[in-house]
Design a protein around this ligand. Structure first.
Ligand code: FUC
Length: 348
């Protein structure tokens, strides 16, 4: 097991460090202190060829200018908050409306754009980094001074576990996730249309025209959102279903998980032979097939375009503070927010 640190770049005159973690089988991953971003993960294909399977850039400047949350932590609250407003104990809070009239992914210049502190973790069978960040009372309109930890641990079974924890000195909201875009083809040779997804989920959230949950749970049965038995993403993405068309001809929906820690999320790519199993203690996963990934930039030499990656953002339900039937993402004084997700990289 190895972990090395080197300078990656500068952000607002703060040094951004990168960490390369490698296990005894050649599995390698890189992450940086800007946004706890995972910049690369190298795994073998069916012929043992190691290639990168996540979308990312090689400079701070590219991340700041082009990145739609590639590889980053998202918070204080992942997802949308309707009109950027919520009430806690009779007090109304107004957050920046950074997407139409809604608040998205913690607002502008949020956790994904901050330079986090980092501490190396080195044990015989695992290496990792403990990232930490002090989110000040009032940051992007949220109450409470919140201390946040995101710990990345790589072991010798080719498993990456991300554990989030947070405490606050005033009742607040928190709902963290990691926003990595996976593409198992290797070095983005192909898009994700032929990737196969399997989900232990019978229901997903209906979204409105601004991608906010309406509060209605829809059954996946007889719909393009049925991944219970596993199917190729193009079978859903190319559907004429209203909810598929609504989010830019693809998936951008929260799915409620029926099980935890039991291979509840599985992504495969037959051509490369790569397989990713995700297990979490979270209640849901937002599946996003990068329907909006278009722009005048390239990603390590590949022109940005739709369907180049799939995000599997394990988290609490979006806008839960404003949806009476959802579990609200409230963190109170004296409580600890703690959640973890494990990514197991293997082969079919
Ligand atoms: C919005 C979200 C997606 C993704 C993208 C970067 O479109 O709805 O899930 O986070 O931003």
């Amino acid at each position: 097991m190895k972990i090395t640190q080197e300078k990656f770049g500068e952000c607002n005159s703060e040094t951004v460090y990168s960490y390369q973690m490698e296990n005894d089988h050649g599995f390698k991953m890189n992450c940086i202190t800007l946004g706890c971003i995972i910049t690369s993960i190298e795994t073998p294909d069916k012929n043992g060829k190691y290639e990168n399977i996540v979308l990312g850039f090689d400079t701070v400047e590219d991340y700041l200018e082009y990145s739609p949350y590639f590889g980053s932590i998202v918070g204080r609250v992942a997802g949308r908050i309707k009109k950027g407003t919520f009430e806690l104990d009779g007090e109304t809070y107004n957050l920046p409306q950074n997407e139409n009239t809604n608040h998205l992914h913690g607002g502008p210049n949020s956790f994904d754009k901050k330079v986090w502190n980092a501490k190396k973790i080195e044990n015989e069978n695992e290496v990792g980094i403990q990232f930490s960040y002090e989110s000040k009372d009032g940051e992007n309109g949220y109450p409470g001074n919140v201390t946040v930890y995101a710990t990345y641990i790589l072991n010798n079974e080719n498993e990456l576990t991300i554990t989030y924890s947070a405490t606050t000195d005033k009742k607040t909201l928190i709902n963290l996730t990691n926003h990595t875009y996976f593409n198992l083809s290797g070095n983005t040779k192909r898009d994700i249309m032929a990737h196969k997804l399997k989900l232990k989920s019978n229901e997903y959230l209906e979204l409105d025209d601004l991608f906010l949950p309406t509060g209605k749970l829809l059954s996946v049965k007889n719909s393009p959102f049925d991944f219970v038995d596993g199917k190729k993403l193009n079978e859903a993405i190319l559907s004429e279903d209203d909810q598929i068309k609504k989010v830019g001809q693809g998936i951008d929906h929260p799915f409620l998980l029926t099980e935890n820690h039991n291979e509840e999320i599985v992504l495969e790519d037959d051509e490369s032979g790569r397989k990713l199993i995700i297990e979490t203690d979270e209640e849901s996963v937002v599946v996003y097939t990068s329907n909006m990934l278009e722009g005048d930039f390239s990603i390590r030499g590949v022109q940005a375009e739709k369907y180049l990656g799939i995000c599997l953002e394990t988290q609490g339900l979006p806008d839960s503070i404003n949806q009476p039937t959802f579990k609200p993402c409230i963190l109170d004084v004296g409580e600890e927010y703690k959640t973890s997700t494990t990514y197991k990289f293997t082969r079919i």
